[in-house]
Write a protein that binds this ligand. Structure first.
Ligand code: ZN
Length: 221
């Protein structure tokens, strides 16, 4: 079996954890990042530095059309970011089509290099209303990509059923808890590491970390 994998890497907690998961699971790992006019493109540089240390080839695709096609508060500075999810819609941090485009571009990029394992950090456990983080979407896209290119891709989603505490547990198991904690960017306000503390992404990340550390402490007693 061809043991090469391509990780869709944003520089956030989830995809960086997936990078180290892939390094454990596959012989050869590549990574692909994206810029799309997001306010906090610093995350790409964090990803680049970690890849350089791990000898993982890393390339960045620029897809600015994503910000042009639809309005969202990650690319549009005139929009105030939803701190909470509206009852009947995804929060305005939702970038419509993002995972559809990223994974499709990643598949074409991978195919060019003879890579058929794709790894993405999406998950539906801490589902914040993003439809393209759900398992049925990923499975459906996997079938579509196979049909589109007449290939046998396999999209891996190691975090699909893990909540944030379990994602921290995986980082710890992989020996990179401190690295993930200090050198990834999840915060919607662009604060690296433990973040601003109050945006939805920080709240989720911190609650998960506290929960994991508490569980670990209790287990070790
Ligand atoms: Zn934050």
């Amino acid at each position: 079996m061809n043991q090469k994998a391509l990780v869709v890497l944003s520089g956030g907690q989830d995809s960086t954890t997936c990078l180290f998961w892939a390094l454990r699971e596959f012989d050869e790992v590549f990574a692909l990042g994206f810029t799309y006019g997001q306010k906090h493109a610093a995350e790409v540089e964090l990803a680049r530095a970690i890849c350089a240390e791990q000898n993982v080839p890393f390339e960045v695709m620029d897809v600015p059309l994503l910000g042009q096609l639809g309005r969202n508060s990650l690319t549009d500075t005139s929009l105030t970011m939803d701190e909470n999810k509206p009852a009947d819609a995804p929060p305005n941090t939702f970038v419509p089509g993002r995972n559809l485009f990223f994974l499709s571009i990643a598949a074409v990029y991978a195919r060019e290099r003879g890579i058929f394992h794709l790894v993405t950090g999406v998950g539906q456990t801490d589902f914040s209303g993003y439809p393209d983080c759900r398992d049925n979407f990923v499975k459906s896209l996997n079938v579509t990509l196979n049909l589109a290119m007449d290939e046998q891709f396999c999209i891996h989603t190691p975090l699909m059923w893990r909540d944030k505490a379990e994602t921290w547990a995986l980082a710890d198991e992989l020996g990179v808890l401190d690295l993930i904690r200090q050198r990834t960017l999840t915060c919607y306000n662009g604060v690296v590491g433990d973040g601003c503390g109050h945006c939805p992404a920080c709240q989720l990340r911190q609650a998960g970390l506290q929960q994991y550390l508490l569980t670990k402490e209790t287990t070790n007693k």
